[in-house]
Design a protein around this ligand. Structure first.
Ligand code: CNA
Length: 317
């Protein structure tokens, strides 16, 4: 069903109105995107010149989505592993904007944080898992495409940083157990066939010389063409849609469905605030606070009388 573009609610205009809403609302739904992590040096996708997509295009990729495409990954995971290090998070740090969401939670007002980010920084900032929907999955875990063995995401970080395809250690151990005495020398007929690497399906197109391959590890981030986690639809439809009394959207271009449809999916009477560097025109928000999100949330908290503290915020502003 096509969702209708929402109409603005009259009476809301500026940052003071936003501060009032922050103070009076009790069930705040926060939608976040890559823009809330850029101040840590993790590039977003679509910012002109600094975004990941600009970089990919400069490297000759026509369709940047192909880096996060499951079919492409299964044929050859090299492209993903060559580039993924660019958006690998620094695990120990979070931004003032993450701290702001944490503060909403600490005040008992966070209904849910729907994040499109895969960096899992919300968890490190202390957002409880029951309050967090990682709409596009995250780096927190990784799963073998062949045997489905799941490990903590950190296990593949070394490979990602080295731009090397990570293979499944369980598959490798099983293969080693199955062929302990395999000869490593070329056979006497001299035939040497190259072995294609795929993400786990044994390639027997070259017949008698086929060697089973271990599966490739894929971080549990949602690639284009994959379903969003069930938790997303369950929470939104069954709980949050009718409880939310304020929506705050931060650091996202709202270009990826179905997250981009949340503003139209909740009752039209719920006020909506947009915080980002660049304006967007395909969704009508009631209040647009344009600028660097860390600075905007700091100012918003100041006007709401909330004491937002973070080492990245200047103390004298
Ligand atoms: P996007 O389309 O790149 O949009 C980011 C938005 O944030 C843009 O509108 C920017 O103007 C804005 N922005 C950038 N920096 C700031 C800042 N400091 N303050 C305020 N606004 C800022 O990214 P979306 O999140 O909308 O797209 C969804 C994709 C991005 C998801 O599938 C993610 O997995 C993917 N992604 C995630 C990460 C991450 O996890 N950190 C990094 C890169 C991409």
């Amino acid at each position: 069903r096509e969702l209708k573009k929402r109409q603005r609610i009259p009476g809301y205009e500026n940052i003071d109105d936003a501060a009032k809403l922050l103070k009076t609302s009790e069930n705040i739904l926060v939608i976040t995107g890559a823009g809330i992590s850029t101040s840590l040096g993790i590039p977003d996708f679509r910012s002109k010149s600094t975004g990941f997509y600009t970089k990919l295009q400069a490297m000759g990729y026509h369709e940047p989505e192909e880096v996060f495409d499951l079919d492409t990954f299964d044929v050859d995971a090299t492209t993903f592993y060559t580039l993924a290090g660019e958006i690998l998070p620094d695990l120990d740090r979070w931004t003032p904007t993450h701290q702001f969401i944490r503060m909403i939670q600490d005040k008992g007002k966070l209904l849910r944080n729907y994040t499109q980010n895969i960096d899992n920084i919300e968890s490190h900032a202390g957002i409880q898992s029951a309050k967090l929907i990682q709409c596009h999955g995250s780096w927190a875990t990784a799963t073998c495409r062949k045997c489905k063995h799941q490990v903590s995401g950190e296990n593949i970080f070394e490979d990602v940083k080295a731009k090397r395809v990570a293979h499944c250690k369980k598959c490798i151990a099983e293969l080693n157990a199955e062929r302990p005495g395999m000869k490593r020398k070329r056979s006497s007929n001299g035939a040497h066939k190259s072995k294609k690497r795929s993400s786990g399906t044994d390639d027997d197109s070259d017949g008698q010389y086929d060697i089973p391959q271990p599966g490739v590890m894929k971080p549990d981030i949602t690639f284009f063409g994959e379903d969003l986690p069930d938790k997303f639809f369950d929470a939104l439809q069954n709980e949050d849609r009718l409880r939310v009394d304020l929506i705050i959207v931060i650091g996202t271009s709202m270009k990826v469905a179905p997250v981009s449809e949340i503003p139209q999916f909740v009752p039209a009477s719920v006020p909506q605030i947009y915080i980002s560097r660049d304006p967007i025109h395909h969704i009508n928000f009631d209040i647009n606070l344009l600028g660097d999100s860390d600075r905007v949330v700091a100012e918003l908290c100041k006007r709401a009388g909330w004491d937002l503290k973070h080492e990245m915020l200047p103390t004298n502003e």
